[in-house]
Design a binder for this molecule. Structure first.
Ligand SMILES: NC(=O)c1ccc[n+]([C@@H]2O[C@H](COP(=O)([O-])OP(=O)(O)OC[C@H]3O[C@@H](n4cnc5c(N)ncnc54)[C@H](OP(=O)(O)O)[C@@H]3O)[C@@H](O)[C@H]2O)c1
Length: 370
């Protein structure tokens, strides 16, 4: 009898120990997730209700096209790993891999509650309809020749939106942006289509990409714009002259794209760098040997600061970019989980006004050959 009750007592005690351990693990997990989210910083986009992570995932390279291909599984894992670190927004476009990038995004977010992730996508670049402004000749991911057109006619936009919703596996898009201006369609017609999509609940907010000030003014007559998505990096600062002042004055957000200047500003590329077949970077002046030498010398001059903060050069570059007046968020591309985690964690660190000024002073001495 005594033996039985001792055995029962022991069983109760071990069940209690197991339960306690499970509880501690669950609490630690919740705290850890919470901490991860606390480290990411969020900023409001224009006058919208969108609070976007300062490091938003850019899914162009994920689609492979113009980047020498990509691994679908790696891209999906990269998006998921970013999300776990608070990267709750993803920017994509139909043209990125001719639908592939949007499909990858749809796959990566399919198990997430829809209201916990923000989808930014675009319209107005067609590879399957020779209409509008001819943009350039290209090859799709399977090597087939394609002609790319910038076209933003009303019917085309309505169709593109349906296609994007299907590929993304959702029934609404948080921010819908014209990808490039189309000079063959009145901006009024384009923005009327966007306004209609807002009314129908298929998109929440309107944005533009690569628009100048007068194009923004014209669009704004038809629909309220949240943002302009424009190229901005330490070595590409053209928008500081007109677009940034206009956006600041009118409460529009700047979504800065290619803030690492497509990998250049991580400092990993050395003169003689060989890109994979089909990687568009091979033809850009930033990656000429002389420019790699000059950029790397500049990066070396700010490396001690990165070392002091125990962060990478790329992370320091992102911190500087986010402190520039008018910049709301950055879109950062990543090929794999490792890059995605490093980029997301840039938001864990901080940078002082003096440190920003120190970097800018060094940067002002950098001149690239065009
Ligand atoms: N609206 C537009 O017209 C437009 C145009 C361009 C881009 N965008 C958007 O902006 C996003 C970001 O721009 P982007 O992809 O052109 O340039 P980016 O973010 O400056 O650079 C991304 C590339 O840099 C490399 N990289 C990223 N993180 C790294 C890390 N931690 N360590 C080492 N290398 C790293 C990767 O390429 P490798 O590993 O191959 O070097 C990656 O694909 C795009 O995905 C897209 O959403 C929009």
């Amino acid at each position: 009898m005594l033996k039985v009750s001792i055995a029962a007592e022991e069983a109760r005690t071990s069940a209690f120990v197991v339960l306690k351990a499970a509880l501690v693990i669950a609490i630690l997990k919740i705290e850890n997730e919470h901490l991860n989210y606390l480290q990411m910083k969020y900023r409001k986009l224009g006058e919208t209700a969108l609070d976007l992570p300062v490091i938003t995932f850019g899914a162009w390279a994920a689609g492979g096209w113009m980047w020498g291909g990509s691994e679908r599984a790696d891209a999906i894992e990269a998006i998921k790993a970013s999300y776990d670190l608070g990267v709750t927004a993803i920017d994509t476009a139909p043209i990125y891999g001719q639908g592939t990038s949007e499909e990858i995004v749809g796959e990566a977010i399919k198990e997430l509650p829809r209201d916990k992730v923000f989808i930014l996508t675009k319209f107005g670049m067609r590879w399957d309809l020779p209409k509008g402004d001819f943009a350039f000749k290209s090859k799709d991911n399977s090597g087939r020749d394609i002609d790319i057109y910038k076209y933003a006619g009303k019917e085309s936009i309505l169709k593109e939106c349906e296609d994007s919703l299907r590929r993304l596996g959702t029934d609404y898009i948080d921010l819908y942006q014209i990808h490039w201006p189309d000079t063959t369609t009145p901006i009024e017609e384009t923005m009327e289509a966007v306004a209609q999509l807002i009314k129908e609940g298929k998109i929440r907010y309107a944005g533009v990409c690569n628009y100048n000030v007068s194009q923004m003014e014209e669009a704004e007559r038809i629909v309220k714009l949240a943002s302009n998505q424009v190229p901005y990096s330490m070595v590409k600062r053209d928008i500081e002259r007109e677009v940034i002042p206009y956006c600041q004055q009118h409460n529009k957000s700047i979504i800065a794209y290619s803030p690492l200047e497509r990998g250049l500003l991580t400092g990993k590329m050395k003169p003689g760098h060989a890109f994979s077949e089909g990687d568009h970077r091979a033809g850009l002046h930033f990656f000429r040997d002389e420019n790699l030498r000059r950029t790397n010398a500049f990066l070396e001059s700010i490396k001690p600061l990165a070392n002091d903060k125990q962060i990478s050069l790329g992370q320091l570059v992102l911190l500087w970019t986010l402190e520039q007046p008018g910049v709301t968020i950055t879109l950062v591309g990543a090929r794999n989980t490792q890059q995605a985690i490093q980029n997301a964690k840039a938001a864990d660190a901080s940078i002082s006004t003096e440190e920003v000024a120190f970097i800018t002073e060094k940067l002002d001495q950098l001149q690239l050959v065009v």
